[in-house]
Design a protein around this ligand. Structure first.
Ligand code: NDP
Length: 486
C-alpha cells in the first residue's frame, strides 16, 4: 500500500509515531493509499519552517515573487490531467469536471494574485510639515484548512493570495482528500518557492485544532461547515487570529414567470447536480413561479433522466460521480427519507442506474428532485450537500424575497428573469454574498466570493482578498521639533 507523508520545509517528512490514516476511493469503496498523520514533531517542524520561509519570502521583491508563482501556474496547467485524475480518485467526482474546472480554476487564482502582487502598495498623505505613509505588510504564517469537495482548488485559492502577499502557509487538507495539496507543494518547491513557504500537514480535526490554537500562526483561512467554522473561530479567538471563513449554504434560485425556462433548468441542474451536489453555493431551494411550474418541471425531469450519466468517474462520458464517503452517503439518504416522511413528493432518484462492476461498492446517490415541498421541511432548511433538489412554488416577488432570506445561511443566490429592473431590485434585497442573474455557479478569479450571515466571514478571490492577507502599518514622520508640553 502506497504511503504518503507530510510536506515540510520543501520535502517529505516522516512522522515519529508512524500513525496513518486510510484514504478510500469513493467510486469503488476501496482503500487507495495511506497517509501519515502529522504528529507533534511534524507540526513543530512545519511551524519552524514556515517562520523561516516567511522571512525569506516576505523579503523578496514582489516581481520575483510573482515570477516564481507564475511558473507554478504553468506547471499546474502542464500537469492538468494527472492532477485531475488524483482529484477524481480522492473525491469521486467525474474526470470530465476535474479536468476542465478544478485544476484550471486553481491555477487561475494563483495567476490572478501573482499578477496583482507587484501592485500591492501603501499610500502617503501630507499633514502640513509632517506626513504619514502606510505600508501593506504580510501577516506572517497563515494556516489554511480545506474541505473535501474541491481539494486542490481550495489549496490554490488559499495559497495563491497568501503567498502573493508575502505570507507563508501551513495547509491542512481534509483527511478524505489529502493528495492534491501535496502535489501543489511539490510544484511550489520545483519552481523555486523557498523551503518552508508552503507546508502540508495531514490528519483530522486534531491537526486542525493544533493550527487554530497555535500562537505562532497569525491567520486561519477555513473552508468547511458552519459548525466547524464556529469552533475554529472560538479557538482562534484565544490568540486573536485573523480569520476567513468560507462556509456552507442553502441558497435560493428564483425563477420568475418571464425566465428563459431552458436556461433556468440548466441553472437548476448545474446548481444541484454538479459535483454530485457537493458544492457550497448550490441553489438547492429552487423557487419557481406557479405559472411556469409545470413547464419547468417537465423539462427538468426529462433532462435529468436523459442527460445525467452516473458511473465510473474516470470514464470521460460520466458527468455524475460518487459522494465522498459512506458516512456522507448515509447522511444524504437520511435527508431523502426525511423529505418523504415530511410529505414531499419524490419525482426522480428512486432507482440506481446500472453501474460498472468495479463501482458497485461506491458511494453513489442518484440525482433526486422533490416537489410539494414547504419551507419548514428539514431538507429544505438544512444543507444536504448532495444531489437533492427542492422545488418550491411562489406567487409574488415580495413573497419569494422574504422566503429566500428566511435562513441563517447567506452564501449565494440566483435570479432568472428577462426584466432587468426586477433582476437588480430582487438581487439588491437578497441577503447573500454571491449572486447570479441569468447564470449560476460561475466563480472567476477576479470575483470576490464569500458569505453573508452564518455562511462566512471575509472573502476569497478578487482584489478584496489582498486586504485579508495583509495588514496596514501607518508610519508618522515628524519633520521638525516635537510639540510637547513636557
Ligand atoms: P468540515 O467542516 O467537516 O471540515 C473542513 C475541514 O476542517 C477539514 O479539513 C476537517 O478535517 C477540518 N476540521 C474539522 N473539525 C475541525 C476543528 N475542530 N478544528 C480545525 N479543523 C477542523 O467540512 P467538510 O470537509 O465536510 O466540507 C463540506 C462543507 O464545506 C460544507 O458545509 C460546504 O458547504 C463547505 N464548503 C464551503 C465552501 C465555501 O467556499 N463557502 C466551499 C466548499 C465547501 P477532517 O475532515 O480531516 O476531519
Amino acid at each position: 500500500m502506497q504511503r504518503h507523508k507530510n510536506y515540510v520545509n520543501g520535502k517529505y517528512l516522516d512522522n515519529r509515531t508512524k500513525e496513518c490514516f486510510a484514504v478510500i476511493n469513493p467510486a469503488t469503496g476501496k482503500q487507495i493509499y495511506e497517509v501519515e498523520i502529522a504528529d507533534d514533531t511534524v507540526l513543530n517542524a512545519a511551524l519552524e519552517s514556515a517562520v523561516k520561509g516567511f522571512k525569506a519570502w516576505s523579503a523578496m521583491d514582489t516581481v520575483n515573487r510573482s515570477r516564481i508563482l507564475m511558473r507554478a501556474v504553468s506547471l499546474l496547467r502542464d500537469r492538468n490531467d494527472d492532477l485531475a485524475r488524483i482529484e477524481v480518485m480522492d473525491t469521486g467526482k467525474p474526470f470530465q469536471e476535474a479536468s476542465t474546472v478544478d485544476v484550471v480554476t486553481g491555477a487561475d487564482v494563483i495567476e490572478f494574485f501573482a499578477g496583482a502582487a507587484p501592485g500591492i502598495s501603501g499610500s502617503q498623505q501630507d499633514l502640513g510639515r509632517d506626513f504619514y505613509y502606510t505600508r501593506r505588510e504580510p501577516l506572517g504564517v497563515c494556516a489554511g484548512i480545506g474541505a473535501w469537495n474541491y481539494p486542490l482548488q481550495i489549496a490554490c485559492w488559499k495559497a495563491g493570495p497568501a503567498l502573493a502577499c508575502g505570507n507563508s502557509m501551513i495547509f491542512k487538507p481534509s483527511e478524505e482528500t489529502p493528495l492534491g495539496a501535496l502535489k501543489l507543494a511539490e510544484i511550489f518547491t520545483q519552481v523555486g518557492v523557498p523551503d518552508g513557504v508552503f507546508n502540508v500537514v495531514q490528519g483530522a480535526a486534531t491537526v486542525g485544532q493544533w493550527l487554530t490554537a497555535c500562537p505562532g500562526i497569525e491567520k486561519i483561512s477555513f473552508t468547511g461547515e458552519v459548525g466547524t467554522g464556529k469552533k475554529i473561530m472560538a479557538s482562534a479567538a484565544s490568540t486573536l487570529k485573523d480569520v476567513t471563513m468560507e462556509l456552507g449554504g442553502k441558497s435560493p434560485l428564483i425563477i420568475f414567470e418571464d425566465a428563459d425556462v431552458d436556461q433556468a433548468v440548466s441553472a437548476a441542474m448545474l446548481g444541484n447536480f454538479y459535483t454530485q451536489g457537493e458544492v457550497c453555493t448550490n441553489g438547492t431551494r429552487v423557487f419557481v413561479h406557479t405559472s411556469i411550474r409545470e413547464k419547468f418541471l417537465e423539462q427538468l425531469l426529462a433532462r435529468t433522466r436523459a442527460n445525467i450519466k452516473m458511473g465510473d468517474p474516470m470514464d470521460p462520458d460520466t458527468n455524475f460521480g460518487a459522494l465522498i464517503s459512506s458516512e456522507h452517503k448515509k447522511k444524504v439518504l437520511s435527508y431523502i427519507q426525511s423529505a418523504k416522511a415530511e410529505g414531499a413528493t419524490q419525482q426522480c432518484g428512486h432507482t440506481m442506474p446500472t453501474l460498472p462492476s468495479q463501482n458497485q461498492e461506491g458511494f453513489f446517490v442518484p440525482p433526486t428532485v422533490f416537489t410539494d415541498c414547504t419551507d419548514q421541511m428539514t431538507f429544505v432548511r438544512e444543507e444536504v450537500f448532495g444531489p437533492v433538489m427542492a422545488v418550491l412554488d411562489f406567487d409574488t416577488e415580495a413573497e419569494v424575497i422574504q422566503r429566500a432570506n428566511a435562513t441563517p445561511f447567506g452564501l449565494a443566490a440566483g435570479v432568472f428573469t428577462r426584466d432587468i429592473q426586477r433582476a437588480h431590485r430582487v438581487i439588491h434585497q437578497l441577503k447573500a454574498g454571491i449572486c447570479w442573474v441569468n447564470a449560476y455557479g460561475a466563480s472567476p478569479a477576479q470575483m470576490p466570493v464569500g458569505g453573508y450571515k452564518q455562511s462566512g466571514v471575509g472573502r476569497e478571490n478578487g482584489l478584496e482578498t489582498i486586504g485579508y492577507y495583509t495588514q496596514v502599518k501607518s508610519v508618522y514622520m515628524g519633520m521638525g521639533p516635537l510639540d510637547s508640553p513636557f
